[in-house]
Ligand binder design. Structure first.
Ligand SMILES: NC(=O)c1ccc[n+]([C@@H]2O[C@H](COP(=O)([O-])OP(=O)(O)OC[C@H]3O[C@@H](n4cnc5c(N)ncnc54)[C@H](O)[C@@H]3O)[C@@H](O)[C@H]2O)c1
Ligand SMILES: O=C(O)[C@H](O)COP(=O)(O)O
Length: 582
């Protein structure tokens, strides 16, 4: 899911652009995508041994691979800086995705960049096995002219049986329909409507498909339920004239059983692009299949077209760039899929929620009921944002924001993948709620963070909104406000009386603190009905004096040391101060 060019600090990572993060590419990846990574340091190192890769990996922030590199838990554990494993293709069976998830490493792929290539390769193998293309080529090169021996069969009118009517399977099926074949498919998860629209007849059991197929092709992933899907009992149900194709993964046909079925005439032949071990191990059934005259083989070329390699390279390099620059990926394998339009919509809110979390921790930490661990947070989305299908990035942004100012890593290790695990570890309980139709919304969407505070009569509340691409805080505690949550903020809770702004300004001025902006926040509308309210003291209790209150928010360049804070606190009418760095 490749994003637009908008940048943000979001829960997937922090921006590494400035530090020229290093990207390791141990397999051939098209240069078209690499051009997108010119801000980073790229190392293309092919033919690395497992040991060499293990020794190199600790200094890299991204790893871009194809199907040959095995990304094991051992490799990932050694990859202390790694943010992303990008698979320039579809299959991630060579990546230990669970280990990556536990380590907070995002795994991305290109789910659709090579579909056409794989489907076309299936058809290439179909035609090659039907018409003895490879045998004819070999024979002629060897000086032969064996026309009588190499008579093939037409595919038109024959049954093309597909197991797995996903992206590649459906595309291959449509191509087979175009060749005049009758297409049957088995896929318990396929849409009957889509099958019907594409002239594919769904069957409901494997034996029916096996008995009918003249050519059988599998397009499932290699998972427990598809490993050895077709073995001796299944081959025995097929026509002796049938041929099988595999452009999915080695292992969906049991290779020993396939060799035996071809040798003893149970089926007529095979066209294979993929093997259980690549290249096939010496002496293995796969190697014998590669030598067999009734088998046509290619060395995992399904995705190897110029066009597909351009597509997958651009797709994953854009995601690597995005992640390293602190943005979201579009095709994370170990995180929920975010549609591009949702991604665009979410970006500023991800930044907003992270800032709200960080503001919460820093602003409320010295107040009664402050602190973060063990707290129950409620994140409420109102307006358009309530309609978004995944809020996982917002959840992760909150976790990151809440603990960024109190963790060794500054929250850099928190991302969309591991946020809920980290929240659990820290004892944070975060509930999310949505209200689609909200009255009195000035902006299209509003996000509110609420924490009930048993030690005070008021909930701790922060609300924010996005205008254009800019983020704003519209409520802090009981005060309505509007400020940009960025940089160093000096937030003062004070007696709302004439002269306070001048007083604070002169103290800051005396200490050489430059004020960038200032915003005075009034009490929220409910509290404003009664302007003469009690104010909370530092311990969350109530001070006896009844006064008007205000919140003064000053954006400053920096406040070094505690002297300014101490002097401000000593002033009568200043109830509380927090210095917040966002
Ligand atoms: N040889 C190559 O170079 C090459 C290129 C691209 C894809 N591939 C491989 O092709 C395979 C298919 O890729 P895709 O993009 O079409 O995947 P996909 O996820 O779009 O489709 C897989 C389909 O298999 C179905 N399925 C899963 N288990 C099944 C079962 N037990 N019985 C029947 N159907 C089942 C799913 O419902 C899904 O529709 C993958 O293994 C991929 O790695 C290989
Ligand atoms: O899963 C895939 O995308 C294909 O098997 C292609 O693999 P490759 O990138 O190694 O060619």
């Amino acid at each position: 899911m490749a994003p637009s060019a908008i940048t943000l600090h979001d829960p997937t990572s922090n921006s590494l652009q400035g530090s020229r993060a290093k990207i390791l590419i141990p397999e051939p990846v098209s240069a078209d995508g690499l051009a997108l990574l010119s801000d980073f340091h790229i190392d293309q190192r092919q033919d690395l041994s497992v040991t060499e890769l293990l020794a190199l990996i600790p200094s890299y922030s991204a790893l871009i691979i194809r199907s040959s590199t095995r990304v094991t838990s051992t490799l990932l554990a050694a990859a202390s800086k790694l943010r992303v494993v990008a698979r320039a293709g579809v299959g991630v069976d060579n990546v230990d995705v669970d280990a990556a998830t536990k380590l907070g490493i995002i795994v991305v792929n290109s789910p659709s960049g090579n579909i056409v290539a794989a489907a076309e390769h299936t058809i290439a193998l179909l035609m090659a096995v039907a018409r003895n293309v490879a045998a004819g080529d070999r024979s002629l090169r060897a000086g032969g002219w064996e026309r009588g021996k190499l008579v093939g069969c037409e595919v038109g009118g024959k049954v093309f049986g597909i197991v797995g009517l996903g992206k590649v399977g459906l595309k291959a099926g449509r191509m087979a329909v175009g060749l005049g074949m009758k297409v049957l498919a088995l896929d318990p998860y396929a849409s009957p409507e889509i099958a019907k629209t594409n002239s594919v007849t769904l069957v409901h059991d494997l034996p029916t498909l096996l008995r009918a197929a003249d050519f059988l092709t599998i397009h499932t992933p290699l998972i427990a339920s598809t490993m050895d899907l077709i073995s001796t009992p299944e081959f025995s149900m097929m026509k002796p004239s049938a041929k099988v194709l595999n452009v999915a993964r080695g292992g969906v046909y049991n290779e020993e059983a396939l060799l035996e079925a071809i040798e003893n005439g149970t089926i007529a032949g095979a066209g294979l692009d993929v093997f259980t071990s690549e290249p096939p191990l010496p002496g293995s059934a796969a190697e014998k299949l590669c030598q067999h005259p009734k088998v046509i083989v290619t060395p995992h070329l399904g995705a190897s077209t110029v066009e597909a390699q351009e597509n997958v390279s651009i797709d994953v390099c854009a995601q690597v760039r995005s992640i390293l620059m602190g943005n979201l990926p579009t095709s994370a394998v170990n995180a929920p899929l975010i549609l591009p339009e949702e991604y665009r919509k979410l970006q500023p809110f991800v930044r907003l929620v992270e800032k709200m979390g960080s503001l919460y921790t820093q602003h409320f930490s010295n107040k009664a009921g402050g602190g973060v661990g063990g707290k129950r947070f409620e994140l409420v989305y109102e307006g358009e944002l309530a309609g978004i299908s995944t809020t996982r990035p917002l959840f992760a942004a909150l976790v990151k924001g809440l603990i960024s100012s109190i963790s060794d890593t500054g929250g850099r290790d928190i991302n969309i993948v591991n946020a809920s695990l980290i929240a659990r570890e820290k004892g944070l309980i975060i509930n999310e709620a949505s209200t689609r139709t909200s009255d009195n919304l000035t902006y299209a969407s509003l996000v509110t963070l609420k924490v009930s505070n048993p030690e005070s009569k008021h909930d701790q509340v922060i609300s924010g909104y996005v205008s254009g691409n800019q983020i704003f805080i519209s409520r802090l505690d009981r005060f309505s406000t509007s400020f940009i949550p960025e940089g160093v903020l000096c937030i003062l809770h004070n007696h709302d009386e004439p002269g306070k702004i001048g007083l604070v300004g002169s103290i800051l001025g005396r200490h050489g603190v430059n004020i960038r902006f200032m915003s005075v926040a009034a009490l929220g509308s409910a509290d404003a009905l009664n302007k003469e309210v009690e104010h909370e003291d530092l311990n969350g209790g109530l001070a006896a004096e009844k006064v008007n209150e205000a919140l003064m928010i000053l954006g400053v360049d920096e406040i070094g040391g505690k002297a300014v804070e101490k002097e401000l606190r000593a002033e009568k009418g200043i109830f509380d101060i927090s210095i917040v760095r966002l």
